[in-house]
Design a binder for this molecule. Sequence first.
Ligand code: NAP
Length: 300
Amino acid sequence: MSGSHAPRRSAGWPTAATTIAGVIGHPVRHSLSPLLHNAAFAALGLDWAYLAFEVEPGAARTAIAGAGVLGVRGLSVTMPHKSEAASAVDRLGPVASLLGAVNTIVFDESGAYGESTDGAGLVDGLREACAFEARGARCVVLGAGGAGRAVVLALAQAGAVEVAVVNRTQDAAVSAAALTPAGVGRAVTGPAVADLVEGADLVVNATPLGMSSPAPAAATDSLPFDLRCLGPRQLVVDLVYDPPETELLREAAAHGSKVANGLPMLVHQAARQFELWTGKPAPIATMWEALGVGAPGRGR
Ligand code: NAP
């Protein structure tokens, strides 16, 4: 039964009563979400199991309808399905309806409810891992895709006073900046970017530059500002976590900046998903341990 304290991983588990959650994405076999969520379910003694479902592009609507029919209780939604999922659920939460993207689905008696925990996950993660508070902060976000938009909105909602959006495609930067209250967000290009980075408290890379391992030699060359703008004032965050230290983070640290990779966001967006599905506080230290790195401040 859902929420029961069934023995875990013993012979005979999972049973007919085990509650199922999972992630849909393409590709998804590399996902760390099963590690995080299964560790969290086990820590709380919940008879839940979390699986990864490879779903072809364009098939998210069918997958979500099927999951509802099968009695799946929760889904994580990852690339490339976040927009399609937003149009496939019955109800949208406040953040997902602003973003037009869903990373979390809760199935209940009134259907499928979709919300996005990505941006709030970053804000929570930076608070835990770096003691960074977005309230009053000046921020620069590089990238205006799904993650960039979520981060721009969450920083503004958390009280950032300035969120400059820098993106290769200017229309997308303008659209992301428009998610914020007037006077907070703006799309920026050209020499103004370096000035804003220099005065920023937080710089977030929400582009995939630096994602491949080893990082391409030219990754930081593609950044729209000179790294000499960085110094001890800034916290520099790369949403990429594989490799754990991108060229941007290495260079930023060499210039004296505080740095963080994408793991705090990964852990905390999952923690918020866990709480939406189960109604219980997520065991965050357990989720960090599942990644094999330990919780911030515990020897990581
Ligand atoms: P996305 O929707 O495809 O957006 C990609 C963004 O990066 C767009 O703004 C795009 O600009 C820009 N971009 C792509 N290639 C570029 C290049 N060669 N030069 C300059 N800009 C480039 O992807 P996403 O979902 O936002 O993901 C972005 C990154 O965040 C990925 O590395 C992803 O792994 C990471 N992420 C991490 C977490 C986490 O939990 N840590 C969660 C979500 C995403 P255009 O608009 O010009 O195309």
